[in-house]
Write a protein that binds this ligand. Structure first.
Ligand code: AHN
Ligand code: ZN
Length: 358
């Protein structure tokens, strides 16, 4: 039946003359076929409505396993380089390592180098790292995270630390660790849709807490640069998912404000997926605050609807996980089961999106 419908559809598109002849000579036949075709196009919905079963699409897709220990090892490896602050040796070494490991898994890896000016006038040598799967596919999903670490622990309880760089285990390395593990999984199984993993630099060089006046757009310097100058001039994706602070134990992912504003259906899709596969206790059905993060620039400059999966806590003054922008944001606070919840959810979204490709 399905083949017959596809044949009719093919005729409609490819053989208009043949269709006209059929129409002229067999009006009755044409109309019966026409109604049959309409019946075919409504097939999926009727099936769901009549049986009340779960949509066959989601159960038909085989989603591979996200390995939480592998992801954890990728987080630990980054932290071992020391703080990945732009213009430092640790930063250069970490960039080389990420490009090298992603090249093992992805079809292509590009390192986009640039110079940008920080809020204090420092010129930063930055590298956005872009790993692509099926780079020629038109249907694509964008996955991103920032890989740099903040030069200032300006929320550390000890003021003596306010100008020291943070280890950035959760704030930086966690999102990248999850994405490298996703890259490893994608190297073993094709989801049937193009995927780009973009690791943004210089997200966290934003204005110091003790700065005298507030300046706009000092965060997300790498994503601002890439959004204006993507690695391909006409780059586009169906949607994007940013991961930020996705490794703390007991993480709480509230629905971030700009995500809900610019990409409400992606928020719904991701949160519903997480709940369906058993991670509803991390992905809360609750509105979070608005966070000026990399996805803000991907949404406003590049116009790709992009959400942010980000740990937000109501009982913290700054609104994030307790060790945020302190020297305590280290590997001991990373919990592999949080990496798993996020990684398995994002993998599921990717494979189900690939399977539903027209
Ligand atoms: C602001 O606090 C304005 N943005 C936070 C974005 C961020 C910092 N993500 C990680 N570190
Ligand atoms: Zn930060």
């Amino acid at each position: 039946m399905r083949e017959f419908c596809q044949f009719l559809y093919f005729c409609k598109n490819q053989c208009p003359i043949l269709m006209m002849q059929i129409r002229q000579f067999f009006p009755m036949l044409f109309f019966s076929l026409f109604f049959l075709a309409i019946g075919c196009s409504g097939r999926g919905n009727r099936h769901e409505a009549n049986t009340g079963e779960a949509p066959s699409r989601s159960s038909a897709v085989e989603v591979p396993e996200f390995n939480q220990d592998s992801a954890y090892a990728y987080v630990a490896r980054q932290v071992a380089f020391g703080p990945r602050v732009p213009n430092t040796e640790s930063h250069r070494q970490a960039a080389a390592w990420m490009a090298e490991i992603l090249a093992r898994f992805a079809d292509t890896v590009e390192v986009q180098q640039a110079r940008v000016r920080a809020f204090d006038g420092t010129v930063l040598n930055i590298s956005n790292i872009i790993a692509s799967f099926e780079p020629e596919a038109r249907n694509r999903i964008l996955l991103c995270a920032h890989w740099d670490s903040r030069p200032f622990a300006d929320y550390d309880p000890d003021p003596a630390n306010h100008y020291k760089p943070i280890p950035g285990a959760n704030d930086g390395a966690s999102g990248v660790g999850v994405l490298i593990e996703i890259a490893r999984v994608l190297s073993e199984k094709d989801p049937g849709i193009g995927v780009d993993i973009v690791l943004f630099d210089a997200e966290d060089y934003g204005q110091h807490e003790q700065a005298s006046q507030q300046v706009e757009d000092t965060w997300g310097l790498g994503s601002q640069y890439w959004s204006r100058t993507p690695h391909r001039h006409d780059y586009n994706a169906r949607f994007g998912i940013l991961l930020d602070m996705v490794g703390a134990s007991g993480a709480q992912f509230r629905q971030e404000g700009f995500s809900t504003f610019y990409a409400p259906n992606i928020v719904r899709k991701v949160w519903a997926t997480a709940r369906r596969i058993g991670y509803g206790h991390f992905f809360l059905e609750e509105q979070g605050g608005y966070v000026t993060d990399d996805h803000y620039y991907v949404n406003t400059i590049r116009n790709i609807p992009t959400i942010n999966i980000i740990h937000q806590e109501n009982n913290q003054l700054h609104g994030f996980f307790p060790q945020w922008h302190t020297l305590e944001d280290d590997i001991d606070f990373i919990d592999p089961s949080t990496l798993k919840a996020v990684g398995q959810t994002v993998l599921t979204v990717i494979f189900e999106e690939g399977d539903s490709r027209p």
